[in-house]
Ligand binder design. Structure first.
Ligand SMILES: C[S@@+](CC[C@H](N)C(=O)[O-])C[C@H]1O[C@@H](n2cnc3c(N)ncnc32)[C@H](O)[C@@H]1O
Length: 251
């Protein structure tokens, strides 16, 4: 709360520039703690009790909205198979908390082919008492090379809004490198802001992300960001929640 209240001062002192993670202190959060490149998830790692509350809040949202299965035809896309000797990977949920989304998809789409993998920072998995059945947990830093190659679906739910464009490009480039052009799909589940007349809650969502160096993007901003890393939006699936699913392919 104190950091959010310090936002106006931070932006006045920094010439009202958009926060850029690579510029070290140039986010209100890192400026407040006077730690270059210190991000929201570093703060959570350093405060396990708050980290645990954050994970619970993510779980609660999945349970209350069932957003994924109501918006995108996962069953249809993930039941496809292709001839290969290897056991294929169906879906990789990048930054997928403790596997809630994959559990929801698994329960609602019985015909899914291939392995289901959830990736996150190791501390996100540390506190888990039980592992979700049929879902692999993989410690992985999204800012490094994607180790799972050629999956049918790479999924990022509420990930890219946490990051400025420069960091998003790093995350996306690692994903694009792992994608098979003729087979892999990238699904980005995030808000798509209207170009004009954003609601108060949409504007507040953008403002909160700005505190940590992230942002909520319009369709134009998504297109520009994705094109800059060799991705194209195939279709945007809208739903009852602020988040949409942007289906993307490697160009
Ligand atoms: C806003 S949460 C979204 C969680 C989940 N996708 C959902 O929608 O419920 C962002 C997630 O990104 C993860 N994350 C942040 N930085 C990461 C990194 N460098 N590598 C892997 N995961 C990261 C966080 O731990 C957190 O689970």
């Amino acid at each position: 709360m104190l950091i959010v209240l310090s936002n106006p001062t931070f932006f006045r002192n920094n010439g009202y520039h958009e926060p850029c993670m690579h510029e070290g202190l140039n986010t209100p959060l890192s400026g407040y703690f006077k730690k270059p490149d210190y991000g929201f998830f570093d703060y959570l790692r350093d405060h396990p009790a708050i980290q645990s509350m954050f994970i619970s809040s993510m779980k609660a949202q999945v349970r209350s909205t069932h957003l994924s299965s109501s918006v995108y035809p996962y069953d249809q896309k993930l039941s496809a198979s292709r001839e290969s000797d290897e056991i294929s990977v169906g879906i990789v949920d990048i930054g997928g908390s403790q596997g809630e989304l994959l559990q929801e998809i698994k329960a609602s789409c019985p015909g899914i082919n291939g392995r289901m993998i959830v990736q996150n920072r190791v501390e996100t998995f540390d506190s888990m008492a039980t592992k979700p059945d049929g879902i692999e947990l993989m410690a992985h830093d999204i800012l490094t090379e994607q180790p799972v190659k050629g999956a049918r679906v790479y999924h990022m739910k509420r990930i890219l809004h946490d990051w400025a464009d420069d960091k998003c490009r790093i995350i996306l480039k690692h994903t694009v490198s792992a994608m098979d052009r003729d087979w892999s799909i990238l699904l980005i589940m995030d808000a798509v802001l209207p170009m004009r007349n954003a609601s108060f809650s949409q504007a507040m969502g953008d403002h909160s992300m700005l505190t940590f160096g992230g942002k909520v993007r319009s369709e134009k901003q998504w297109k520009e960001l994705l094109a800059s890393v060799g991705l194209e939006i195939v279709k945007i699936y809208g739903g009852p929640e602020p988040e949409a699913v942007l289906e993307c392919r490697k160009v």
